[in-house]
Design a protein around this ligand. Structure first.
Ligand code: T5A
Length: 210
């Protein structure tokens, strides 16, 4: 039986990494096969692509940025995600195609339809079964990541991140069946409980969990 693909989205510091880890632990306690991954650095090639973004003083155009994320995504899909789903595993992924639409589309201002098309090409039309959108106001998000060195995207400024957040909410409104938006300004346990509830219902529906 084919597995299940669940992605986590949201602005910086929204809690994606935290909730992927907690959900994976919980699913493993129930003897389910789980693969945790992330974009863009879910494969060795993706790690190399991420390191390009970290080169100091190198200007990267929005379109170049888009192609780099899509290259990482296609490699990730073929090397890790699809094989895990074919083995019947539950794949939890910290960021996926919605990140590109939110950051390079809404954030950088690239044409949304063109970004959608490229996403479709890179993913071979494969969509997550469920996407958890952790929604957090930008000042609260930046408060959470305060004190750590800021990367290229985190340095992009408040207005950029406001556009990204707005973009995510618009994407979620267009696809209510796939995307579950959750207010992420609450205690971790409360948010995680809602995630587990929704994931369990999905796994029942898919016959992965009786
Ligand atoms: N990007 C990526 C694009 O532009 N386009 C793309 O297509 C893709 C795939 C990735 C960057 O790349 C960009 C977007 C990003 O800028 P990253 O370092 O992976 O860079 O950035 P994030 O994925 O955003 O990772 P973060 O660590 O910044 O955020 P998370 O994972 O959402 O947050 P998390 O879980 O690490 O939590 C942050 C802090 O908040 C606390 C945690 O303990 C932690 O200290 N926290 C809470 N505190 C209070 N209450 C809660 N409910 C909390 N939940 C977590």
């Amino acid at each position: 039986m084919r597995g299940c693909f669940i992605t986590f989205e949201g602005v910086e510091g929204a809690g994606k990494t935290t909730h992927v880890r907690l959900l994976a632990e919980w699913l493993r306690q129930q003897h389910l096969g789980v693969v945790e991954s992330r974009e863009p650095d879910g494969t060795p090639l993706g790690e190399a692509i991420l390191s390009i973004f970290h080169i100091e003083g190198v200007a990267i155009s929005p379109l170049t940025e888009l192609f780099l994320f899509e290259a990482a995504r296609h490699q990730h899909l073929t090397e890790l995600i699809e094989p895990a789903l074919a083995r019947g595993q539950v794949v939890l992924c910290d960021r996926f195609a919605d990140s590109t639409l939110a950051y390079q589309g809404y954030g950088r201002g690239l044409d949304l339809e063109e970004v959608d098309k490229l996403n479709h090409w890179a993913t071979l039309g494969m969509r997550p079964d469920l996407t958890i959108l952790l929604d957090l106001e930008i000042p609260a998000a930046f408060e959470r990541i305060r004190g750590r060195p800021l990367d290229r995207f985190e340095q992009a400024g408040l207005e950029f991140h406001e556009r990204v957040r707005k973009g995510y909410l618009e994407i979620a409104a267009r696809e209510p069946g796939r995307i579950l938006p959750l207010a992420a300004d609450r205690p971790v346990e409360a948010v995680q409980a809602e995630i587990r509830d929704r994931v369990m219902r999905l796994l029942h529906t898919r016959g992965i969990r009786s």
